[in-house]
Structures are given as structure tokens and as C-alpha cells.
Design a protein around this ligand. Structure first.
Ligand code: ADP
Ligand code: MG
Length: 360
């Protein structure tokens, strides 16, 4: 089997991991840096996908986004704008944090009247890893001028925890889902994920119904992630990502078909059976952390290093840990804690160990 190229708009770590996932299937996946000075030359039957939901206009993005076989083309803009994303969620009657559009010189007190005391502004486009957020704090805190007309306001949700569901819709319209993943975000950045967890199973069906409705409404093809807040027994959608997602990285080690391979299989119209889950999984993000070759001494640690400059708060890699034996996984996490900056032990590792108490 030889395949037509699958071009990826963007050449960050997600594009690299898509390319990696395509190799065993001889899928010719080609991530493209959006700032390349020359545009790739595409054949009519090449496929195009994206590792990001938003992009500036460049020679490369214009070329790729105009291609007739750019999968999910109309969906990116709709989900990349938090206003139209929220409108979609509302139109399907799915639970989400109450919100208002920030426009027409709406004041902070009007927003508080409608949404409650604690209000979070989110820029309509361009935010990620907690960037593009602004809490209206003090009572006299007004909406900053440059956020008027460019943001939505959300009610602060006092959630118990954050979970996500990664789903796949194939070209025949069938949906497949991974188990719900428990996520730790600190300052808006994902630090760790744990999956599967028995105690989340009772929410699985409901979560699948929610994401299934969205996937079908959009006639989406490929992988989409739904981030949720768990409040008691209820799920509330926080946001959607029309792409492979950081909270699905554990599937590289922990599932018989990873999210990256599923995305490629779906868009290339290859079979998409339900993946088997291979054990208990923890994914630790490496954030602003220097590379440590000693990570490679841990037999079950699957290290992904993105080769980027290390900057504070920047995702520079992740480590997947999988084991059928939860005690073994806990022991590896303890070992890993000595090989990471202290803050990891205090936060991400201790949080993961606690989450795993549920599966023992
Ligand atoms: N309405 C909210 N109430 C409380 N916390 C929130 C709310 N919205 C977002 N957050 C927190 O901020 C994090 C990042 O927000 P999110 O909307 O997911 O943006 P990003 O694109 O940066 O991931 C969330 O994972 C959550 O921890
Ligand atoms: Mg998010």
C-alpha cells in the first residue's frame, strides 16, 4: 500500500506525533511550518488536516486551507472562536458554563448581574494554555478596553475536577471514544492526566452522548477533544478542540490505537475498531523543564521530547507511563519524582498518585 500525502497545517509537536503515528501504516504525513517561505505543491487528491484550530494568513496556510480535500475545513473557524463554539454547544442543549458575549460596551456589573460574582473573560480567539484569560476580580474591576468586542465572559465554575473525552468520528459517521481522562490544570496549563478511572465510568455514557451529538452535528471526521468540568454527577463542557489533544497523549502508550493513529485512519478512511486499553495510565507534561537523560532509565516511561527551547511555562515534552499493575505504576511515579523539579512532586506527581488510589 502506498498512500497519497496527508499534509498537516502546522509543524509543532502534534504534527510530529501525527507523522510518527503514520509511519507503521506507511502513511505519508507531512507537517508544514506555516511560516515556510514557499508553499507546498499539492495534488488534487492529497488530504489536508491541521494540528491547530487557528492560523494566521500565510502563503502556506492559504495554500493548505484552500485545498478541496481539507478535512473539516468549515469547522475550524467555528470552534476556534469561543463565541460561535458556545453558540453551537447551546444550540444542542448541552451543558456549559453560563456565558455572555462581551460587546456593545457591556459593563462588569452587568456581567456580574447575569453571571454571578466571579466572572472570567476569555478572548474569543487565540487563547491556549490559560493565556487569553482575564478574571474580573475587584468589585471596581472593569472590562479592559481591548477585551470589549473580542471576548466572552463566563461564570466561574466551582468544579470538583476536570475531565476530558477524546472521540473519533469516521467517514461512515461512526463514533468511537476513549475512556474519560482526569486532568490536572495549574494556571490554565495541563500538567497531568490519568486514565482510565473506574469512578468516572458512571459519567462515560453521558459524556459520549454529548460529544457524539457535536461530532454528528458537525459531520466531523477525525479526533476531537471535549474538556469538561465535573460538578457532582454532572458534566459541563468547558471547551472543544477539533484536533488531537494533550489530554489524549496517554493513548500513545496506553491504547492499542493512539489518538494520532485514529485521526489518520479516520481521515484516510481506514478501519477504526474500538481500541483496547492496555493498562493504567499517567501522562506527565514537561513544562519549562530541562531535558534529563535519566528519565530514560525508567523502563516503562515513554519519553516524548519536542526539541523546543525550554522557556518558563512552555510545554517541551511529556512522559507516558503505563502498567497493568497499579503498584508498579505508583513506584515508577515515585522514581520519576526524583528526576523532575520539586514542584512536580508537590503538584503533578502527588495528584497522580492520589488519582490512582481509586484503581487499587
Ligand atoms: N468558567 C471557568 N471557571 C473556572 N475555571 C475555569 C473556567 N474556564 C476555564 N477555567 C480554567 O482555566 C483552564 C483553561 O481554560 P480553557 O477555557 O480550557 O482555555 P485554554 O484554551 O487555555 O485551555 C481550564 O482548564 C480551567 O482550569
Ligand atoms: Mg483548555
Amino acid at each position: 500500500m502506498s498512500s497519497k500525502p496527508i499534509w498537516v497545517l502546522g509543524a509543532g509537536q502534534l504534527g510530529a506525533m501525527l507523522k510518527h503515528a503514520g509511519m507503521p501504516l506507511a502513511l505519508d504525513v507531512r507537517p508544514v511550518d506555516i511560516n515556510e517561505s514557499s508553499a507546498p505543491s499539492l495534488a488534487n487528491d492529497d488530504l489536508v488536516t491541521a494540528e491547530r484550530e487557528q492560523w494566521p494568513e500565510t502563503l502556506v496556510t492559504l495554500t493548505l486551507a484552500q485545498h478541496a480535500l481539507f478535512v473539516n475545513k468549515p469547522i475550524f473557524g467555528r470552534l476556534a472562536d469561543r463565541k460561535t463554539q458556545k453558540e453551537l454547544i447551546d444550540s444542542l442543549g448541552l451543558a456549559t458554563a453560563p456565558w455572555r458575549n462581551v460587546a456593545g460596551d457591556i459593563t462588569a456589573s452587568e456581567l456580574r448581574n447575569k453571571l454571578g460574582e466571579r466572572v472570567l473573560l476569555k478572548r474569543r480567539t487565540g487563547g491556549y494554555d490559560g493565556k487569553g484569560q482575564y478574571w474580573l476580580r475587584a468589585v471596581d474591576d472593569e472590562v479592559p478596553a481591548d477585551w470589549q468586542g473580542h471576548s466572552i465572559a463566563e461564570q466561574a465554575i466551582a468544579f470538583d475536577e476536570e475531565v476530558s473525552l477524546v472521540g473519533i468520528r469516521n467517514r461512515a459517521g461512526q463514533c468511537i471514544f476513549y475512556p474519560l481522562t482526569l486532568n490536572l490544570h495549574l494556571n490554565g496549563i495541563l500538567y497531568a492526566s490519568v486514565a482510565p478511572l473506574a469512578r468516572l465510568q458512571q459519567l462515560q455514557q453521558h459524556a459520549e452522548t454529548m460529544l457524539g451529538k457535536l461530532l454528528n452535528e458537525l459531520e466531523y471526521v477525525g479526533v476531537m477533544a471535549m474538556e469538561c468540568f465535573r460538578v457532582g454527577n454532572q458534566l459541563m463542557i468547558n471547551e472543544l478542540a477539533p484536533r488531537v489533544h494533550n489530554s489524549g497523549h496517554w493513548t500513545q502508550a496506553g491504547a492499542s490505537i493512539s489518538q494520532f493513529e485514529y485521526h489518520l485512519r479516520a481521515i484516510a478512511d481506514l478501519p477504526t475498531p474500538k481500541a483496547q486499553i492496555l493498562g493504567h495510565n499517567v501522562m506527565i507534561n514537561l513544562i519549562g523543564t530541562e531535558y534529563n537523560v535519566k528519565w530514560l532509565n525508567l523502563p516503562v516511561a515513554q519519553v516524548y521530547w519536542y526539541g523546543k527551547d525550554v522557556l518558563p511555562g512552555r510545554k517541551v515534552g511529556h512522559i507516558n507511563l503505563v502498567s497493568r499493575d497499579v503498584q508498579d505504576l505508583r513506584a515508577t511515579l515515585q522514581q520519576l519524582s526524583y528526576l523532575l523539579p520539586e514542584q512536580y512532586y508537590k503538584e503533578a506527581i502527588s495528584w497522580s498518585l492520589k488519582a490512582l488510589e481509586d484503581v487499587a
